[in-house]
Design a protein around this ligand. Structure first.
Ligand code: ADP
Ligand code: MG
Length: 279
């Protein structure tokens, strides 16, 4: 569905994206997980044609982006990291403008707008100006807008950043509904749990490079399903084990504050980079 081949973006002083190779399958919910500055937004912006790439190729359903820019744009829905809604307009008006821009006729537009407002649970606030919306509502409206023209691929750049815990869970439910509808999704996040809960496969990205790519379960098993966490010399240390027994045996040899727990994607990231995703 989406093929990214040796994609690069260089700014004056940094290689923001440094030779990225990715293949995303139809109907897949794919996560790019990495710390701030890893190159996630730059990648999404290149796929959504907002930022020109330095080199490499982006192919969607066999069509190279260079040659088929207009037809490709119609196949993609984008939810950017920053709010880019018209804040002085209502939700309905924001969607109406988008529908017109994407050449949807009046009847189709009206029908899809109503459907998307319903899907994102914004129907009863559709006539409020967006500046009075909460952060969670704005994010949901951006998703409604991205889906309006029925894209085949949805790009979500850090969809829950800045949301409180309750709003984040509601957003996850909404994203799970999209997933069960079979839409192909590329999501970026620096939240471990988000990638674990939502994504079929996860690519770990740091400094513009893909470090690992697999299902969350396979990534965790490769590192060791059980983590022993202990505090020594003023620092938290982790060791990884394939079984509870092995972990317990090791924990028994340690003194002080020791915790045996299931491993997560943070541990995988830590193992490959020696640093944490969330800082
Ligand atoms: N317009 C820009 N000009 C110069 N450097 C940039 C620009 N946009 C991003 N960068 C740099 O590229 C790197 C990747 O940034 P970004 O893609 O925003 O990362 P992420 O979304 O993973 O936090 C960072 O080092 C960032 O400072
Ligand atoms: Mg970003």
């Amino acid at each position: 569905m989406l093929d990214i081949i040796n994609l690069k973006k260089g700014y004056k002083n940094v290689a923001a994206v440094d030779g990225l190779d990715l293949k995303i399958k139809e109907g897949e919910f794919f996560g790019l997980l990495g710390p701030n500055g890893a190159g996630k937004t730059t990648t999404v912006r290149m796929i959504s044609t907002l930022t020109p790439k330095t080199s490499g190729d982006i192919v969607i359903n066999g069509e190279s982006m260079d040659r088929n820019l207009t037809s490709i744009k119609a196949k993609i829905g984008v939810v950017p990291q920053q709010n880019n809604l018209e804040n002085e307009m209502s939700a309905w008006e924001n969607l109406e403008v988008h529908g017109i821009l994407y050449g949807m006729n009046k009847e189709k537009r009206r029908k899809k707008i109503a459907e998307m407002l319903e899907f994102t649970e914004l129907t009863d606030r559709k006539d409020d100006v967006v500046k009075n919306y909460s952060g969670g509502m704005k994010r949901k409206l951006m998703i409604a807008r991205a889906l309006l023209h029925e894209p085949e691929l949805l790009l979500l750049d850090e969809p829950t950043v800045g949301l409180d815990a309750a709003a984040r869970r509601k957003m996850w439910d909404l994203l799970k509904r999209l997933k069960s509808n079979g839409l192909t999704v590329l999501l970026t996040t620096h939240y471990i749990e988000e990638a674990e809960v939502l994504c079929d496969r996860v690519g770990l990205i740091d400094k513009g490079k893909l470090l690992q790519l697999d299902t969350p379960l396979n990534l965790i098993e490769a590192v060791g399903k059980v983590t022993v966490e202990y505090f020594e010399n003023g620092e938290t240390h982790e060791e990884f084990f394939p079984t509870r027994e092995a972990a317990n045996r090791y924990a028994g040899t340690l003194e002080g504050n020791v915790r045996v727990r299931p491993s997560n994607l943070e541990d995988v990231f830590l193992k490959f980079t020696n640093r944490r995703v969330e800082s």
